[in-house]
Each structure stands twice: as structure tokens, then as C-alpha cells.
Write a protein that binds this ligand. Sequence first.
Ligand code: NDP
Length: 453
Amino acid sequence: MAFDYDLFVIGGGSGGVRAARIAAGYGARVALAEEYRMGGTCVIRGCVPKKLMVFASGFPQAVSDARAYGWDAGIKAFDWTTFKAQLDNELSRLEGIYRANLERADVTVHDCRATLAGPHEVVLGDGREVTAKHILIATGGQPVVPEKWQGMGCMTSNEVFLMESLPKSILIVGGGYIASEFACIFNGLGVRTTQFYRGAQILRGFDEEARGHIAGEMDDAGINLQLGTDILEMEARDGKTWVKSTTGHDGCFDTVLFATGRRPNTAGLGLEALGLELEANGAIPVDRYSQSRIPSIYAVGDVTDRANLTPVAIREGHAFADTVFGGKPSYFDHGLIPTAIFTQPEYGTVGLTEEEARAQGPVDIFSAAFRPMHSLFAGRDNRAMMKLIVCRQTDKVLGCHIVADHAGEMIQLAGVAIGMGATKADFDRTLAVHPTMAEELVTMRAATRSHSD
Ligand code: NDP
């Protein structure tokens, strides 16, 4: 059977665009459909605008530090309208680059929604049907608001970047990446920020010591972080939102932001009609080559709910194209993923948490919390944390956790070493770069504690 295309990609985010370009580079005839803006969550309403907001929110602290360093510095009000106009320009620029790269690779772009009508059949928004030998679903995910609070005008991360003005007060619900990052951002921008998290400590699943350290720093920075707390009642009052918490407190907020998780975007794609059974949350089950149970249909990125991170989607998309069109069967190994959470301070992590490592065998923990030179001089009391988790039997570094300004930059390189199987002796042998925060990683000589169980 002659197909219109060798590959049809649904979704113009990080994973889909990478797969389309690489496949086209191998000579495949590729089309891609995107119903919204090219670039996906990362570029349009995720990592990129979030990081720019992180930068924006850091200036009051920087200016206050500048005064301590002798500058006659002052900062006035933050103008959201100016920032947003600049943000919109930047996102449009990046969107243009994504589109230009696809066009340069000879990928046919359809600016519309696409759904599936068969294992090789795609229906475009205008009703046209096209066929492809392979179909890649890279439709990403979307934020979920608990059913009870839907339709009450609350925001999700999608709407943050569309706000017309900055609220004076905000309640953020959730304790994951998104909730914790936005709590720090809004707080830094001068918004009175309250965060409710239903569990005992934010950032569930990450290293416990790091979680506690970050929560302490967030609290010190002025975020009203309420643990073991959820919304009990909520209603609109005088243009604000009145909230009563499960711990019996109540108050009014200009805005309520739900960061209570994300769900794969598979609704209405036509997958169930093809007999493709989805996970309970809508994720597409795939094998390590990103192939679904229907051999012609593959999926990469958040829609598969493996590790919902942009660089992971990119690697999955690239490996898919190498496998199917490049004659080089390959897959992304999800085993060791360096990542950063852009709280303030940042958290960079790679490998096992202390809790995971000690469940696997005897480990030594090298951990230090200290006042960094930069902020100490400015009279601030905040602390950085560095931690290595070392296997007692092999001396291999199993995990590295950094809570400090620029931890994301540091963990990238620690990820290289740990990915190569570096031992504690390798870290010790490495000369310290002085004076830096990261030198702590190669100067921690005595174990802080050991776990033999
Ligand atoms: P997460 O799944 O990380 O966190 C969701 C949070 O909401 C959890 O704290 C969860 O609590 C809580 N929650 C869930 N349901 C409810 C509910 N019904 N009522 C109250 N609280 C609830 O999702 P995020 O939305 O924060 O992030 C999604 C993904 O996006 C991340 O996993 C990450 O992969 C990616 N991401 C990555 C970033 C980065 O790389 N820096 C930045 C932002 C996102 P509980 O712990 O009790 O389940």
C-alpha cells in the first residue's frame, strides 16, 4: 500500500518536533500536525516562560544583596505588563525557530488538530484523511484540577503566562515541581503567597533531606507553606476567592492556582476505537522503543507518562527516529535522569535518594549544609546543601543532591560523572575549584552517617 507519508507526527512539542526532524533527515516523508502553537508545553507554557519568570522574580533579592555589597541600588514596582509583552515576543521568536527548523527539514506542517481513524489513517481538522506508514503520538499532557474545584475560575500553570495582571495574593495548591516553583516565583515577585500541600512534606519522591531543606528555605523566604493542608471549602467573594482549609483556617486570595498534577493528552484522539487500551490516567503504554501495541503507532513524551521532562521527550523522539528510519535500533534509558527543580534555591538531583539507596544495601552519606559566600556577605542566613550517597561495597556514587543557587548548572556535570560510574575516590581525587559552592562536592571527607541495614 502506498502511503501519503512515511511518518505522521501528532503534536509539535519537544518530542514530536525532534522525531520529525530526525526522521526527515533520514529521508522519510514526514508530516506534523499541531493544533495550538509550535513548541509545545516546554516552549509555550512550561519550562521556558517559567524560567524567565524565575529570573524576573530574583531581582528584588539581587538588588537587596547589591546594597550590602556597597551599591546605591533600589528597586521599584514590578510591571507585569512590560514583562509579559517581552515574554510574548520571546515565545513567538522561539515558536518561529521551531517552525523554521521543521520547514528546513522538509516536514509538512498542518496547523490543525489531528486524530486517528485507523492504524495508518489520520484525520485532519478540515476532515481530510491522510495515510502514513508510521504514526507518532506526541501530544503531551495537560494540568488537572481536582473535579470538586473545576469551573470555579481557578488557574493552572497554563493560565499563569496569560494573566493580564499580577495578583496581590495567591494560593497555590500542590506540592510537586510546578506548585513549589510557582510558590517561589510569585513570592519573589512580591505576591503574598500561600501554598497548601496535603502531605507531610513537599516534593514527594525526592530526597527527604533535600525536601526538608528546600521547604525550610521557602518558609524563610516568606512563603506561607502549609503542610498537611488541603482546601475544604471554596467560593467566590467580592472578586476574590474565599478558601477554608482542612486545618480550619480561612482567608481570601486574589487567585487560586492548582498545580495538582498533569494528565496525558489522549482524549478524543480515537485510540480506544482502534483497540489501543490506555493506562488509567490516559497514558499510552509503549515498549522501550516507544512502540505501542499497534505496531504502526508509536508515542513519546508526556503522553506516555514515563518521565515527564522535556529532555526525556527529546531523547525518546530521537531514539524513535533512529530506530524506525535510521536503521539504528536505540532507546532512551530512563534509569539515570539528572533534573533540576527551579525553586529558590534550586534543587539539582541525579541518581538515588538516600531512602532508595539504603533500601538497596549499605551506604555512606556525605552531606553538608553551609552558608554560601555570596549571601553570607550580604547578611543573609540561607544555607546551601550538598550530598553524595555512596555505595559501601563498590564506592560508587549512587546519588547527588544539591540545593543551592545554580544547582541546575552543577547537577548537569555531576550527572556526567555519575553516569560514567564515578566513585567517591574519583570525586576526592578531583581538585577543588576555589572558591565555589561546588567544591564542597569534592571536599567532603568523612561520612555524615552510614546505613548498614
Ligand atoms: P506532580 O505530580 O509532581 O505533583 C502534583 C502535586 O499535587 C502533588 O504534590 C500531589 O500530592 C498534589 N495533588 C494531586 N492531586 C491532588 C488533589 N486532588 N488535591 C490536592 N493535591 C493534589 O505534578 P506537577 O503538576 O507539579 O508537575 C507535573 C510534572 O511536570 C512533573 O512530574 C515533572 O515531571 C514535570 N515538571 C518538571 C519541571 C522541571 O523539570 N523543573 C517543572 C515543572 C514540571 P501527592 O504528593 O500527595 O500526590
